[in-house]
Design a protein around this ligand. Structure first.
Ligand code: HEC
Ligand code: HEC
Length: 364
Protein backbone atom coordinates (compact mmCIF):
# COMPACT_ATOMS: atom_id res chain seq x y z
CA UNK A 1 0.00 0.00 0.00
CA UNK A 2 2.68 2.45 1.03
CA UNK A 3 4.87 1.92 -2.01
CA UNK A 4 1.89 1.81 -4.36
CA UNK A 5 0.57 5.08 -3.08
CA UNK A 6 3.95 6.74 -2.85
CA UNK A 7 4.81 5.70 -6.41
CA UNK A 8 1.52 7.02 -7.76
CA UNK A 9 2.08 10.20 -5.87
CA UNK A 10 5.59 10.82 -7.01
CA UNK A 11 4.61 10.07 -10.58
CA UNK A 12 1.87 12.65 -10.44
CA UNK A 13 3.96 15.37 -8.93
CA UNK A 14 5.75 17.91 -10.94
CA UNK A 15 7.19 19.68 -7.96
CA UNK A 16 9.91 18.27 -5.79
CA UNK A 17 9.69 20.11 -2.53
CA UNK A 18 8.94 17.13 -0.32
CA UNK A 19 11.32 16.10 2.38
CA UNK A 20 9.31 13.20 3.70
CA UNK A 21 6.22 11.18 2.80
CA UNK A 22 4.22 9.42 5.47
CA UNK A 23 0.98 7.56 5.69
CA UNK A 24 -1.84 9.03 7.73
CA UNK A 25 -5.05 7.10 8.27
CA UNK A 26 -4.95 5.31 4.93
CA UNK A 27 -4.07 8.47 3.07
CA UNK A 28 -1.08 10.58 2.49
CA UNK A 29 0.42 13.44 4.34
CA UNK A 30 3.43 15.09 2.93
CA UNK A 31 5.73 16.87 5.23
CA UNK A 32 6.84 19.71 3.09
CA UNK A 33 10.03 21.56 2.86
CA UNK A 34 8.38 24.84 2.11
CA UNK A 35 11.04 26.70 0.28
CA UNK A 36 8.65 28.47 -2.04
CA UNK A 37 9.60 26.40 -5.04
CA UNK A 38 7.53 27.11 -8.14
CA UNK A 39 5.16 24.53 -9.54
CA UNK A 40 6.19 23.79 -13.06
CA UNK A 41 3.24 23.39 -15.38
CA UNK A 42 -0.41 23.80 -14.46
CA UNK A 43 -3.17 22.03 -16.33
CA UNK A 44 -6.65 23.50 -16.80
CA UNK A 45 -9.64 21.67 -15.37
CA UNK A 46 -10.58 18.79 -17.71
CA UNK A 47 -13.89 19.19 -19.51
CA UNK A 48 -15.00 15.73 -18.40
CA UNK A 49 -14.68 14.41 -14.87
CA UNK A 50 -13.15 10.96 -14.42
CA UNK A 51 -15.65 8.11 -13.90
CA UNK A 52 -14.90 4.89 -12.05
CA UNK A 53 -15.12 1.77 -14.25
CA UNK A 54 -18.02 0.35 -12.22
CA UNK A 55 -20.26 3.37 -12.77
CA UNK A 56 -20.16 4.82 -16.29
CA UNK A 57 -22.16 7.93 -17.23
CA UNK A 58 -25.41 7.44 -19.12
CA UNK A 59 -28.11 10.03 -19.81
CA UNK A 60 -30.74 7.96 -17.94
CA UNK A 61 -28.50 7.68 -14.88
CA UNK A 62 -27.69 11.41 -14.89
CA UNK A 63 -31.41 12.25 -15.08
CA UNK A 64 -32.26 9.88 -12.23
CA UNK A 65 -29.39 11.21 -10.13
CA UNK A 66 -30.48 14.79 -10.71
CA UNK A 67 -34.06 13.95 -9.73
CA UNK A 68 -32.96 12.24 -6.52
CA UNK A 69 -30.63 15.15 -5.73
CA UNK A 70 -33.50 17.65 -5.77
CA UNK A 71 -36.10 15.45 -4.06
CA UNK A 72 -36.82 16.31 -0.39
CA UNK A 73 -38.66 13.00 -0.05
CA UNK A 74 -35.22 11.50 0.48
CA UNK A 75 -35.34 12.97 4.00
CA UNK A 76 -37.38 11.49 6.85
CA UNK A 77 -40.07 14.19 6.95
CA UNK A 78 -39.79 15.42 3.38
CA UNK A 79 -38.14 18.75 4.15
CA UNK A 80 -34.50 18.41 3.12
CA UNK A 81 -32.89 17.52 -0.20
CA UNK A 82 -29.22 17.37 -1.16
CA UNK A 83 -29.84 20.70 -2.85
CA UNK A 84 -30.94 22.27 0.48
CA UNK A 85 -27.32 22.31 1.61
CA UNK A 86 -25.57 22.13 -1.77
CA UNK A 87 -27.62 24.56 -3.82
CA UNK A 88 -26.65 24.08 -7.46
CA UNK A 89 -28.68 27.14 -8.45
CA UNK A 90 -25.96 28.97 -6.49
CA UNK A 91 -22.38 27.98 -5.78
CA UNK A 92 -23.19 24.37 -4.79
CA UNK A 93 -23.06 25.14 -1.08
CA UNK A 94 -25.36 26.98 1.35
CA UNK A 95 -23.30 30.03 2.25
CA UNK A 96 -23.53 29.34 5.99
CA UNK A 97 -21.12 28.27 8.68
CA UNK A 98 -23.25 25.25 9.53
CA UNK A 99 -26.05 23.79 7.44
CA UNK A 100 -29.59 23.36 8.61
CA UNK A 101 -30.85 19.80 8.31
CA UNK A 102 -33.92 17.94 9.49
CA UNK A 103 -36.01 20.10 11.87
CA UNK A 104 -33.45 22.88 11.59
CA UNK A 105 -30.70 20.91 13.29
CA UNK A 106 -27.16 22.09 12.77
CA UNK A 107 -24.12 19.90 12.22
CA UNK A 108 -20.59 20.78 13.22
CA UNK A 109 -19.02 21.47 9.83
CA UNK A 110 -19.59 23.75 6.90
CA UNK A 111 -21.07 22.32 3.67
CA UNK A 112 -18.47 22.30 0.88
CA UNK A 113 -19.56 22.95 -2.68
CA UNK A 114 -20.52 19.96 -4.81
CA UNK A 115 -19.12 21.68 -7.91
CA UNK A 116 -15.92 19.92 -8.98
CA UNK A 117 -16.10 17.46 -6.06
CA UNK A 118 -15.70 14.91 -8.87
CA UNK A 119 -12.06 15.96 -9.13
CA UNK A 120 -11.32 15.27 -5.46
CA UNK A 121 -9.84 11.88 -4.63
CA UNK A 122 -11.66 11.70 -1.28
CA UNK A 123 -14.81 13.40 0.02
CA UNK A 124 -15.55 15.41 3.20
CA UNK A 125 -13.23 17.83 5.02
CA UNK A 126 -11.58 14.88 6.71
CA UNK A 127 -11.63 12.65 3.62
CA UNK A 128 -13.67 9.93 5.31
CA UNK A 129 -15.58 8.91 2.16
CA UNK A 130 -13.43 7.33 -0.55
CA UNK A 131 -15.75 8.19 -3.45
CA UNK A 132 -18.83 10.18 -4.43
CA UNK A 133 -20.77 6.90 -4.41
CA UNK A 134 -19.87 6.23 -0.78
CA UNK A 135 -20.38 9.87 0.17
CA UNK A 136 -23.96 10.00 -1.15
CA UNK A 137 -25.15 7.32 1.28
CA UNK A 138 -24.04 9.27 4.37
CA UNK A 139 -26.43 12.25 4.57
CA UNK A 140 -29.52 10.05 4.09
CA UNK A 141 -29.03 8.43 7.49
CA UNK A 142 -27.25 11.27 9.27
CA UNK A 143 -29.70 12.27 12.05
CA UNK A 144 -28.98 16.00 11.67
CA UNK A 145 -29.11 15.96 7.86
CA UNK A 146 -31.82 13.86 6.19
CA UNK A 147 -32.59 11.80 9.28
CA UNK A 148 -33.78 8.44 7.92
CA UNK A 149 -33.69 5.48 10.31
CA UNK A 150 -31.75 3.42 7.78
CA UNK A 151 -31.22 3.05 4.03
CA UNK A 152 -33.98 0.44 3.83
CA UNK A 153 -36.49 3.13 4.83
CA UNK A 154 -35.42 5.32 1.90
CA UNK A 155 -35.57 2.45 -0.57
CA UNK A 156 -38.97 1.25 0.67
CA UNK A 157 -40.26 4.78 0.15
CA UNK A 158 -38.90 5.13 -3.37
CA UNK A 159 -40.42 1.79 -4.31
CA UNK A 160 -43.87 3.20 -3.53
CA UNK A 161 -43.37 5.89 -6.18
CA UNK A 162 -44.03 4.32 -9.60
CA UNK A 163 -42.12 7.07 -11.42
CA UNK A 164 -38.97 6.19 -9.49
CA UNK A 165 -39.28 2.47 -10.14
CA UNK A 166 -39.50 3.29 -13.86
CA UNK A 167 -36.59 5.76 -13.71
CA UNK A 168 -34.34 3.25 -11.89
CA UNK A 169 -35.32 0.61 -14.49
CA UNK A 170 -34.30 2.97 -17.31
CA UNK A 171 -31.04 3.90 -15.60
CA UNK A 172 -30.15 0.33 -14.63
CA UNK A 173 -31.69 -1.86 -17.35
CA UNK A 174 -31.77 -5.64 -17.09
CA UNK A 175 -32.02 -5.73 -13.33
CA UNK A 176 -34.85 -7.57 -11.57
CA UNK A 177 -34.94 -5.30 -8.53
CA UNK A 178 -33.54 -1.98 -9.77
CA UNK A 179 -34.21 0.22 -6.73
CA UNK A 180 -31.31 -0.29 -4.32
CA UNK A 181 -29.24 1.99 -2.11
CA UNK A 182 -26.11 1.31 -4.14
CA UNK A 183 -27.83 2.31 -7.37
CA UNK A 184 -29.30 5.40 -5.75
CA UNK A 185 -25.76 6.40 -4.73
CA UNK A 186 -24.39 5.56 -8.19
CA UNK A 187 -27.00 7.72 -9.90
CA UNK A 188 -26.35 10.69 -7.61
CA UNK A 189 -22.59 10.32 -8.11
CA UNK A 190 -23.00 10.23 -11.89
CA UNK A 191 -25.04 13.43 -11.72
CA UNK A 192 -22.43 15.05 -9.48
CA UNK A 193 -19.75 14.27 -12.08
CA UNK A 194 -21.62 16.64 -14.41
CA UNK A 195 -21.35 19.46 -11.85
CA UNK A 196 -18.04 20.82 -13.05
CA UNK A 197 -16.87 24.30 -14.05
CA UNK A 198 -14.00 24.02 -16.54
CA UNK A 199 -14.53 27.51 -17.97
CA UNK A 200 -13.12 29.82 -15.34
CA UNK A 201 -11.06 32.74 -16.63
CA UNK A 202 -7.95 31.07 -15.24
CA UNK A 203 -8.69 27.97 -17.33
CA UNK A 204 -8.97 30.21 -20.38
CA UNK A 205 -5.64 31.75 -19.40
CA UNK A 206 -4.07 28.30 -19.10
CA UNK A 207 -5.52 27.27 -22.45
CA UNK A 208 -3.65 30.14 -24.05
CA UNK A 209 -5.69 33.34 -23.71
CA UNK A 210 -3.12 35.42 -21.87
CA UNK A 211 -5.57 38.32 -21.51
CA UNK A 212 -8.23 36.24 -19.75
CA UNK A 213 -7.01 37.40 -16.34
CA UNK A 214 -5.87 40.80 -15.04
CA UNK A 215 -2.26 41.75 -14.37
CA UNK A 216 -3.04 41.77 -10.65
CA UNK A 217 -4.47 38.25 -10.83
CA UNK A 218 -1.45 37.04 -12.78
CA UNK A 219 0.79 38.54 -10.10
CA UNK A 220 -1.33 36.63 -7.57
CA UNK A 221 -0.78 33.39 -9.47
CA UNK A 222 2.97 33.95 -9.27
CA UNK A 223 2.63 34.93 -5.62
CA UNK A 224 0.83 31.74 -4.51
CA UNK A 225 3.66 29.76 -6.04
CA UNK A 226 6.41 31.95 -4.61
CA UNK A 227 5.10 32.03 -1.03
CA UNK A 228 4.43 28.28 -0.99
CA UNK A 229 0.61 27.96 -1.14
CA UNK A 230 0.80 25.66 -4.17
CA UNK A 231 2.99 23.14 -2.33
CA UNK A 232 -0.31 22.09 -0.79
CA UNK A 233 -2.85 23.58 -3.22
CA UNK A 234 -1.51 22.00 -6.43
CA UNK A 235 -3.27 19.98 -9.14
CA UNK A 236 -6.25 20.84 -11.34
CA UNK A 237 -8.52 21.49 -8.35
CA UNK A 238 -5.75 23.18 -6.33
CA UNK A 239 -6.42 20.54 -3.69
CA UNK A 240 -3.19 18.61 -4.04
CA UNK A 241 -1.66 16.21 -6.56
CA UNK A 242 -3.75 13.80 -8.64
CA UNK A 243 -4.10 10.66 -6.54
CA UNK A 244 -6.01 7.41 -7.07
CA UNK A 245 -9.64 7.68 -5.94
CA UNK A 246 -9.86 6.96 -2.22
CA UNK A 247 -6.39 8.31 -1.44
CA UNK A 248 -6.51 11.62 0.35
CA UNK A 249 -3.99 14.44 0.50
CA UNK A 250 -3.92 15.60 4.11
CA UNK A 251 -2.07 18.32 5.93
CA UNK A 252 -1.95 19.55 9.47
CA UNK A 253 -4.08 22.66 10.01
CA UNK A 254 -2.89 24.81 11.70
CA UNK A 255 0.61 23.70 10.78
CA UNK A 256 2.06 26.49 12.95
CA UNK A 257 0.10 26.27 16.20
CA UNK A 258 -0.55 28.96 18.76
CA UNK A 259 -1.50 31.88 16.52
CA UNK A 260 -4.10 34.49 17.38
CA UNK A 261 -6.11 33.26 14.37
CA UNK A 262 -6.25 29.76 15.80
CA UNK A 263 -7.79 31.06 19.00
CA UNK A 264 -10.12 33.57 17.37
CA UNK A 265 -11.53 31.16 14.80
CA UNK A 266 -11.36 28.04 17.00
CA UNK A 267 -9.36 26.23 14.34
CA UNK A 268 -8.29 23.36 16.59
CA UNK A 269 -11.59 22.61 18.30
CA UNK A 270 -12.45 19.86 15.81
CA UNK A 271 -9.85 17.08 15.70
CA UNK A 272 -10.27 16.61 11.94
CA UNK A 273 -9.23 13.32 10.46
CA UNK A 274 -8.76 11.74 13.88
CA UNK A 275 -12.52 11.96 14.32
CA UNK A 276 -12.90 9.52 11.42
CA UNK A 277 -9.89 7.23 11.93
CA UNK A 278 -9.65 7.37 15.77
CA UNK A 279 -5.89 7.41 15.25
CA UNK A 280 -4.24 10.05 17.48
CA UNK A 281 -1.60 10.59 14.77
CA UNK A 282 -4.35 12.06 12.57
CA UNK A 283 -5.30 14.75 15.06
CA UNK A 284 -5.48 18.15 13.39
CA UNK A 285 -5.04 16.75 9.88
CA UNK A 286 -7.42 17.90 7.17
CA UNK A 287 -7.82 17.30 3.48
CA UNK A 288 -6.31 20.19 1.53
CA UNK A 289 -9.38 22.13 0.39
CA UNK A 290 -9.96 23.02 -3.26
CA UNK A 291 -9.60 26.56 -4.57
CA UNK A 292 -12.11 26.02 -7.37
CA UNK A 293 -14.93 28.60 -6.99
CA UNK A 294 -13.55 29.48 -3.57
CA UNK A 295 -14.43 33.16 -4.04
CA UNK A 296 -18.10 32.08 -4.22
CA UNK A 297 -18.21 29.76 -1.22
CA UNK A 298 -17.72 31.89 1.90
CA UNK A 299 -17.64 31.35 4.83
CA UNK A 300 -14.33 29.49 4.96
CA UNK A 301 -12.71 26.48 6.57
CA UNK A 302 -14.25 23.31 8.01
CA UNK A 303 -16.05 25.30 10.70
CA UNK A 304 -17.13 28.16 8.44
CA UNK A 305 -15.56 30.58 10.91
CA UNK A 306 -13.99 33.06 8.51
CA UNK A 307 -16.37 35.33 6.61
CA UNK A 308 -14.16 36.75 3.87
CA UNK A 309 -11.64 35.44 1.37
CA UNK A 310 -8.96 38.01 2.18
CA UNK A 311 -9.08 36.99 5.84
CA UNK A 312 -8.92 33.29 4.85
CA UNK A 313 -5.76 34.08 2.84
CA UNK A 314 -4.21 35.86 5.85
CA UNK A 315 -5.11 32.93 8.11
CA UNK A 316 -3.56 30.43 5.68
CA UNK A 317 -0.36 32.44 5.23
CA UNK A 318 0.08 32.64 9.00
CA UNK A 319 -1.07 29.18 10.10
CA UNK A 320 0.39 27.17 7.19
CA UNK A 321 3.46 29.17 6.20
CA UNK A 322 4.16 31.33 9.26
CA UNK A 323 4.01 34.45 7.10
CA UNK A 324 2.37 37.83 7.54
CA UNK A 325 1.62 38.91 4.00
CA UNK A 326 1.55 42.61 3.10
CA UNK A 327 -1.98 43.71 2.17
CA UNK A 328 -1.00 44.24 -1.48
CA UNK A 329 0.02 40.58 -1.71
CA UNK A 330 -3.21 39.44 -0.05
CA UNK A 331 -5.11 41.49 -2.66
CA UNK A 332 -3.13 39.90 -5.50
CA UNK A 333 -3.86 36.42 -4.19
CA UNK A 334 -7.57 37.21 -3.81
CA UNK A 335 -7.62 38.57 -7.37
CA UNK A 336 -6.06 35.31 -8.56
CA UNK A 337 -8.47 33.12 -6.56
CA UNK A 338 -11.39 35.06 -8.08
CA UNK A 339 -10.29 33.91 -11.54
CA UNK A 340 -11.14 30.34 -10.44
CA UNK A 341 -14.87 31.18 -10.27
CA UNK A 342 -17.08 29.99 -13.10
CA UNK A 343 -20.78 29.58 -13.71
CA UNK A 344 -21.96 26.05 -14.29
CA UNK A 345 -23.69 25.07 -17.52
CA UNK A 346 -27.39 25.93 -17.62
CA UNK A 347 -29.55 22.97 -16.70
CA UNK A 348 -33.24 22.21 -16.53
CA UNK A 349 -34.91 21.48 -13.24
CA UNK A 350 -35.95 17.84 -12.96
CA UNK A 351 -39.62 16.93 -12.69
CA UNK A 352 -40.06 14.87 -9.54
CA UNK A 353 -42.10 11.67 -9.92
CA UNK A 354 -45.49 12.28 -8.22
CA UNK A 355 -46.62 10.66 -4.99
CA UNK A 356 -48.87 7.61 -5.38
CA UNK A 357 -51.93 9.48 -4.07
CA UNK A 358 -50.74 9.53 -0.45
CA UNK A 359 -47.81 10.77 1.62
CA UNK A 360 -44.68 8.68 1.44
CA UNK A 361 -42.75 10.62 4.10
CA UNK A 362 -43.19 10.52 7.89
CA UNK A 363 -46.39 12.37 8.85
CA UNK A 364 -47.25 13.58 12.32
C1 HEC B 1 -28.15 19.29 6.10
C2 HEC B 1 -27.18 19.67 5.12
C3 HEC B 1 -26.70 18.64 4.11
C4 HEC B 1 -27.46 17.79 3.33
C5 HEC B 1 -28.95 17.60 3.33
C6 HEC B 1 -26.52 17.11 2.47
N1 HEC B 1 -25.24 17.54 2.71
FE1 HEC B 1 -23.59 17.06 1.69
N2 HEC B 1 -22.46 17.93 3.08
C7 HEC B 1 -22.92 18.68 4.13
C8 HEC B 1 -21.83 18.99 5.03
C9 HEC B 1 -21.93 19.80 6.30
C10 HEC B 1 -20.69 18.38 4.48
C11 HEC B 1 -19.28 18.36 5.09
C12 HEC B 1 -19.27 17.35 6.22
C13 HEC B 1 -17.88 16.95 6.65
O1 HEC B 1 -16.92 17.16 5.89
O2 HEC B 1 -17.74 16.38 7.74
C14 HEC B 1 -21.12 17.75 3.23
C15 HEC B 1 -20.27 17.12 2.33
C16 HEC B 1 -20.67 16.69 1.07
C17 HEC B 1 -19.79 16.32 -0.01
C18 HEC B 1 -18.27 16.33 0.02
C19 HEC B 1 -17.72 17.49 -0.76
C20 HEC B 1 -16.28 17.69 -0.45
O3 HEC B 1 -15.68 18.67 -0.93
O4 HEC B 1 -15.71 16.90 0.31
C21 HEC B 1 -20.57 15.95 -1.08
C22 HEC B 1 -20.11 15.49 -2.44
C23 HEC B 1 -21.94 16.06 -0.64
N3 HEC B 1 -21.96 16.53 0.67
C24 HEC B 1 -23.05 15.69 -1.38
C25 HEC B 1 -24.31 15.54 -0.82
C26 HEC B 1 -25.40 14.78 -1.42
C27 HEC B 1 -25.31 14.02 -2.73
C28 HEC B 1 -26.46 14.90 -0.59
C29 HEC B 1 -27.84 14.24 -0.71
C30 HEC B 1 -27.85 12.78 -0.72
C31 HEC B 1 -26.05 15.75 0.52
N4 HEC B 1 -24.74 16.09 0.35
C32 HEC B 1 -26.89 16.17 1.53
C33 HEC B 1 -24.22 19.09 4.31
C34 HEC B 1 -25.31 18.44 3.73
C1 HEC C 1 0.69 23.09 4.46
C2 HEC C 1 -0.43 23.02 3.53
C3 HEC C 1 -1.13 24.29 3.11
C4 HEC C 1 -0.56 25.46 2.67
C5 HEC C 1 0.92 25.78 2.49
C6 HEC C 1 -1.65 26.34 2.34
N1 HEC C 1 -2.85 25.73 2.58
FE1 HEC C 1 -4.68 26.53 2.25
N2 HEC C 1 -5.56 24.87 3.08
C7 HEC C 1 -4.88 23.78 3.57
C8 HEC C 1 -5.81 22.91 4.25
C9 HEC C 1 -5.47 21.60 4.93
C10 HEC C 1 -7.07 23.52 4.15
C11 HEC C 1 -8.39 23.01 4.76
C12 HEC C 1 -8.58 23.69 6.10
C13 HEC C 1 -9.80 23.20 6.87
O1 HEC C 1 -10.02 21.98 6.94
O2 HEC C 1 -10.55 24.01 7.41
C14 HEC C 1 -6.88 24.76 3.42
C15 HEC C 1 -7.90 25.68 3.12
C16 HEC C 1 -7.71 26.86 2.41
C17 HEC C 1 -8.76 27.79 2.08
C18 HEC C 1 -10.23 27.66 2.47
C19 HEC C 1 -10.99 26.84 1.50
C20 HEC C 1 -12.46 26.71 1.87
O3 HEC C 1 -13.23 26.23 1.02
O4 HEC C 1 -12.88 27.06 2.99
C21 HEC C 1 -8.18 28.81 1.36
C22 HEC C 1 -8.89 30.01 0.76
C23 HEC C 1 -6.78 28.52 1.27
N3 HEC C 1 -6.53 27.33 1.90
C24 HEC C 1 -5.85 29.35 0.65
C25 HEC C 1 -4.48 29.21 0.83
C26 HEC C 1 -3.51 30.22 0.43
C27 HEC C 1 -3.83 31.51 -0.28
C28 HEC C 1 -2.28 29.75 0.80
C29 HEC C 1 -0.96 30.46 0.73
C30 HEC C 1 -0.91 31.76 1.39
C31 HEC C 1 -2.49 28.44 1.40
N4 HEC C 1 -3.83 28.17 1.40
C32 HEC C 1 -1.48 27.63 1.88
C33 HEC C 1 -3.51 23.53 3.44
C34 HEC C 1 -2.58 24.47 3.06
Amino acid sequence: MYSHVAAALLESLQMKTFSQVRLVGGGIALVLALKGAAVSGQDPLPRVAPSPTGNPQTPAKIELGKTLYFDPRLSADGTVSCNSCHNVMGAGDDGRSFSSGLRGQRGGRSAPTVFNAAFLSVQFWDGRAPSLEEQAKGPLINPVEMGNKDHAQVIARLKQIPGYVAAFSRAFPNSEDPVTIDRLAQAIAVYERTLITPDSSFDHFLRGNRRAISAQAEAGWKRVQAVGCTSCHGGVAFAGPALPEGTGFYQRFPAYPGTEYERKYELSKDTGRMDATKNPADKGFWRVASWRNVALTAPYFHNGSVATLDEAVRVMAKTQLNKDLPEAEVAEIVAFLETLSASPARTQMPILPPNPGRAVVDVR
